[in-house]
Design a protein around this ligand. Structure first.
Ligand code: FEO
Ligand code: CA
Ligand code: CA
Ligand code: CA
Length: 677
């Protein structure tokens, strides 16, 4: 995409201040309005949302916890038109619900049942609140609206039928009572970051799905302590683990029983129960946003973990495509997929979009990253051709399907670098460098105890500090953004260099220990999460999901114009350890932030996380998601709206009732200019 001629100066807006107000704040000269909120009807016959806990039919309403999002243009006649800036569909993740004690309490009249068993009607509603929505949006005059009766509108929930695709399709690990041949599964769950393919489809990452499954207290023995136990434990399900919502208690029907991951049947392969059901979650899922008749496909080759975004390398004709991905859990890894097929420009407007997905996302190689102390790095292939995987003692991999389903174990086997929670990643359209937000890590410490705690290393160098740089708190509470520059071979390179682009910090924090990027009051932030380069303006948008700075400010979005890997220098951090020793860690810090390279653009309402971003190709309309406003409200206060920590968006004039709602907002510039200028 070529930017318009003589584009306005970027980051010319006045930075917004940190804020604790229950509003969306944007710079002077910009307008933000609510477009599409939790519960909004997606068909002509669905009643208006009452927002009092009595609403139903969530298969035809906006789901909850809006997260990643992509815009796909439509022509005036409703055909796919990538360059359209006044009509399109938004594909939006509905990640989760605001819950306490099992129940998604804002969605039930009385807050719902907080003990087991959960009533079927409550479970059915909660299942439908999760997943993905495709919703048409349209500009009339200067105002945007979503189109309630559009034939493009579509909901996928945690129960929708989906295809399994790629190397694990048909694998023994995916056999269930629902699909005895292991080729299908139901639902997508905890949809977090997103991606947009060069052929015009939507990618959604399944993140914290593991917590939705339960497993019996004696299940290890029931499984004969076979290798599935090692897999279940590595993905967070020890025997006896309880589920987040107790959906498995909704009734005898398989749609509830499936959430129980115990071995209950007598078959050898799992075709009579749901012992393998959890292996059907944790993928990058491809959806055709223009055609709701096409089943979603889980692209198993890209690995199974707590997925966030999926960012493509800049396509080059005749070269493979790379897809960069992160696993958002403490001490997890950075991955990339390299397609076997080479890019053909004709595939930018294919006749069959899902078949094009088959071409680029089912055959290829999966790699995991190792970031070395000297600023170099390697991509290590995860396959049986790698001796470290073939000979791994802790888990015996049967085939490539087993490797991608158990990608975390394969990455362990090759000694990849454990990171401070890799959230979104994005590729700089100017130079192809890859940026990863590492949101924070409470398990990074200079005095580790137990195997889950790690000492700081070069790529995750901060620990044992709070936001002021005193030595009172373990962990890396503020996070950082690491960036990678591919070596020879670009998308298919196996070597790269890296540095830390930015460190989250409070402006007043110690500049030698914590505020290593010299952030000022107009720039300071904590816990970067959403991160996306605009392909239209080149601005890097950084969104926060913070637990460490919310005493000072609500979560925010910043606009950045970064330089490149290696534009800063080496810094050595030293930590006194409890043993009396001194730990010294060398790291590489990008060029310090300046007022015209990093500026706060938006602050959200109370209790919200800012996540998800999409733009129209003219760069003049931006869509952003406000996730879980008011999530800090106590369920005990449900009957008293004055005690809600947020009443957004009703306090912004949107919709009925005072219960807070996740929502998509639309941002425009009053002079008609591009967003971020
Ligand atoms: Fe859904 Fe890692 O954020
Ligand atoms: Ca996230
Ligand atoms: Ca997060
Ligand atoms: Ca979230």
């Amino acid at each position: 995409v070529t930017p318009p001629p003589n584009p306005e100066k970027l980051l010319a807006f006045s930075a917004v201040s940190k804020s604790l107000a229950d509003v969306v704040v944007v710079p002077a000269g910009y307008t933000a309005t609510v477009l599409y909120a939790l519960g909004d009807p997606l068909s002509a016959t669905t009643p208006a949302f009452k927002n009092d806990g009595t609403d139903n039919d969530f298969e035809q309403r906006a789901g909850d916890h809006h997260d990643g999002m992509e815009f796909f243009g439509l022509s005036s006649t409703g055909t796919p038109a990538a360059s359209s800036s006044d009509r399109g569909v938004l594909a939006i993740n509905h990640e989760a619900t605001t819950d306490q004690q099992l129940s998604s309490f804002f969605l039930h009249a009385n807050g719902g049942t907080t003990t087991l068993p959960r009533p079927a009607a409550e479970v059915d509603k909660e299942v439908a609140l999760h997943g993905v929505a495709v919703v048409e949006v349209k500009k009339s005059g200067s105002a945007w609206q979503y189109v309630k009766e559009s034939s493009f509108n579509r909901r996928l929930t945690a129960l929708s039928d989906m295809e399994l695709s790629g190397p694990a399709r048909g694998n023994a690990l995916l056999v269930t009572k629902y699909s005895p041949t292991g080729v299908r599964t139901r639902g997508t769950l905890n949809n977090c970051g997103t991606g947009k393919t060069p052929w015009g489809t939507f990618l959604t990452g399944e993140e914290n799905w593991s917590g939705y499954f339960t497993r019996g207290a004696a299940d290890d023995a029931a499984r004969g302590n076979d290798k599935s136990v090692a897999s279940l434990k590595r993905y967070g399900r020890n025997q006896g683990a309880t589920s987040r919502h107790g959906w498995e208690t909704g009734g005898a029907d398989d749609k509830y029983a499936r959430w129980n991951n115990s071995k209950l049947g007598t078959s050898a392969n799992g075709s009579d129960d749901y012992r393998n059901e959890m292996n059907g979650m944790g993928y990058i899922v491809e959806i055709d946003p223009y055609d709701k008749a096409k089943a979603a496909r889980k692209r198993t080759g890209l690995g199974r973990f707590a997925h966030e975004s999926a960012a493509f390398s800049l396509p080059v004709a005749g070269q493979p495509l790379a897809v960069y991905m992160g696993d958002d859990s403490r001490n997890e890894y950075i991955y990339k997929w390299v397609s076997a097929a080479v890019w053909s420009a004709a595939d930018a407007t294919p006749a069959d979009r899902m078949a094009t997905g088959d071409k680029y996302l089912d055959s290829g190689k999966l790699y995991v990253a190792k970031l070395n102390a000297d600023g170099s790095g390697q991509w290590i292939e995860l396959s049986l051709a790698n001796a470290a995987i073939a000979a791994y003692a802790a888990y015996k991999f049967a085939d490539q399907g087993d490797i991608v389903v158990n990608a975390r174990l394969a990455a362990d086997a090759v000694g990849a670098t454990k990171m401070d929670r890799p959230e979104w990643c994005s590729v700089n359209p100017k130079n192809g460098e890859i940026y990863y937000s590492l949101t924070n890590n409470s398990n990074r410490t200079v005095n580790p105890s137990g195997s889950s705690q790690l000492t700081p290393d070069s790529a995750n160098p901060r620990a044992y500090t709070d936001m002021k740089g005193t030595t009172t708190q373990n962990g890396n509470p503020n996070g950082h953004i690491v960036r990678l520059k591919e070596g020879t071979g670009a998308a298919q390179a196996t070597a790269f260099t890296w540095d830390v682009y930015l460190f989250g910090a409070e402006a007043s924090a110690d500049a030698g220990k914590v505020n290593l990027s010299n952030l000022t009051a107009d720039q300071d932030f904590s816990s970067p999460d959403g991160l996306a380069f605009s392909p239209y303006t080149g601005i890097c948008w950084i969104q926060t999901d913070d637990g460490a700075y919310t005493d000072v400010t609500n979560c925010m979005m910043l606009a950045a114009v970064p330089g490149q890997v290696g534009d800063g220098g080496k810094v050595t951090l030293t930590y006194p350890q409890a043993s009396g020793a001194t730990l010294a860690v060398d790291t590489f810090v990008g060029k310090k932030a300046a007022p015209d390279t990093l500026k706060r653009f938006l602050v959200g309402p109370v209790g919200s996380e800012i996540t998800g971003i999409a733009e129209t190709p003219d760069g003049k309309t931006m869509f952003v998601n406000i996730q879980h406003p008011g999530e800090t409200t106590s369920q005990a206060n449900l009957a008293d709206p004055s005690k809600y920590t947020s009443q957004w968006p009703s306090n912004a004039g949107y919709g009925a009732g005072k219960r807070p709602r996740s929502a998509t907002i639309v941002i425009t510039k009053n002079d008609g200019g591009r967003i971020g200028s």
